[in-house]
Design a protein around this ligand. Structure first.
Ligand SMILES: NC(=O)c1ccc[n+]([C@@H]2O[C@H](COP(=O)([O-])OP(=O)(O)OC[C@H]3O[C@@H](n4cnc5c(N)ncnc54)[C@H](OP(=O)(O)O)[C@@H]3O)[C@@H](O)[C@H]2O)c1
Length: 332
């Protein structure tokens, strides 16, 4: 089979389309023929290498944590999966830079990490919604659940995770303010739950938020990190919360806890997906809720762009250039 591998960290040019030998599925494993592979920002972090990867990586590496596909064959001991079943997986119960391997035509996956795709969800929707949906679920179910009367500020509200947080927060009754990097993205954000949008690359977003909600927002959901974190503290009402779930712009500098007192007794949380879906029961419960929200039309899965798998480099370049809203997929 063929896969996209890296032999060193670097720019998108390090992604290489290569022939790789895949052994038959081992005990407890299932071979998946991928039909849609999701790109996550973490793939870009693994490709670049850097700030929070604990150990030096062992090259070559096939990138990717998330894909949908069809069961091609099952290994010894697997009794609950049949060839032809439609399945999706998100992560291997490890850090995002470990046990990667989705940028490939086929892959062997432990059966217990597989989720059956419900009939009303397409393979592409399933691939696009798991990591990003689990992250939205992590923020909303584990850290801060919006309710009527709350105003929530969501940074990069047209991004893969932001677009789900906006729809979910709106569904729960909150007023939603979304920052976005372009007018096109503002339109997408407004169509997916945002009551207000702010073009934060050209406007002081703190002043714009205060003009909408002078007392400050109940919570900020921030996947942008370095470029938004400090100014976001001035957007939060007393006793409110800043949830930093990602670092698309870079690492957040260390926070002086006394600053949180001075800004109005604020809370800051930095949640990680591994604590939410690391165990199989937790992952299945979170997935069941997501599939239900999608089936009921509460969450609409926006697929911004698809790329041929062999052209993963073009997809990475577009994501780094912040070109499109929604989720990006690679199609084998
Ligand atoms: N905590 C966890 O366990 C967890 C789980 C999943 C994802 N994450 C993290 O959450 C963040 C968002 O994920 P996502 O799937 O929503 O990513 P995404 O779809 O690629 O969106 C990231 C968005 O961030 C904005 N952005 C601001 N500065 C940027 C820069 N320098 N480069 C690229 N984008 C920039 C862009 O929106 P605008 O153009 O509108 O500014 C971009 O669309 C990522 O850092 C990801 O690693 C964390």
């Amino acid at each position: 089979m063929k896969a996209v591998r890296i032999h060193a960290n670097g720019d998108p040019e390090v992604l290489r389309w290569e022939v790789v030998t895949l052994p038959p599925p081992g005990a407890g494993e299932v071979r998946i023929r991928h039909t849609a592979i999701s790109i996550n920002f973490s793939d870009i972090n693994v490709r670049r290498g850097g700030f929070y990867i604990a150990q030096p990586l062992q090259f070559p590496i096939i990138l990717g944590n998330e894909a949908a596909g069809v069961v091609a064959s099952v290994g010894p001991g697997v009794t609950d999966m049949q060839p032809g079943d439609r399945v999706v997986y998100a992560g291997m119960s490890a850090a995002f830079y470990e046990k990667t391997g989705s940028y490939a035509e086929e892959r062997n996956v432990p059966a217990d990490r597989l989720l059956t795709i419900p009939p009303r969800v397409s393979d592409r929707q399933a691939a696009a919604m798991m990591v990003k949906g689990f992250t939205a679920s992590l923020v909303i179910n584990r850290v801060f659940k919006p309710k009527p009367g709350d105003t929530i500020l969501i940074h990069a509200a047209a991004s893969g995770v932001g677009i789900l947080l906006a729809q979910w927060s709106k569904h729960l009754g909150a007023t939603v303010i979304g920052t976005v990097g372009s007018r096109d993205k503002a339109e997408v954000a407004r169509a997916h739950g945002c009551d207000h949008t702010i073009l934060y690359r050209e406007t002081d977003f703190t002043a714009a938020v205060k003009a909408i909600v002078p007392q400050g927002v109940s919570a900020v959901f921030d996947g942008v990190g370095r470029d938004t974190f400090v100014a976001s503290l001035d957007c939060v009402r007393p006793f409110g919360m800043l949830v930093n779930y990602g670092n698309a712009s870079g690492h957040v500098p260390p926070v002086d806890l006394l600053l949180l007192a001075k800004k109005g007794s604020l809370s800051v949380c930095r949640p990680a997906l591994s604590s939410h879906i690391g165990n199989v029961a937790g992952m299945r419960a979170a997935a069941a809720e997501l599939f239900d929200l999608v089936a009921r039309g509460v969450l609409k899965i926006e697929i911004g762009r698809t790329y041929p798998l062999h052209d993963a480099a073009a997809a990475h370049r577009d994501i780094e250039a912040r070109k499109y809203a929604g989720a990006m997929l690679l199609i084998p």
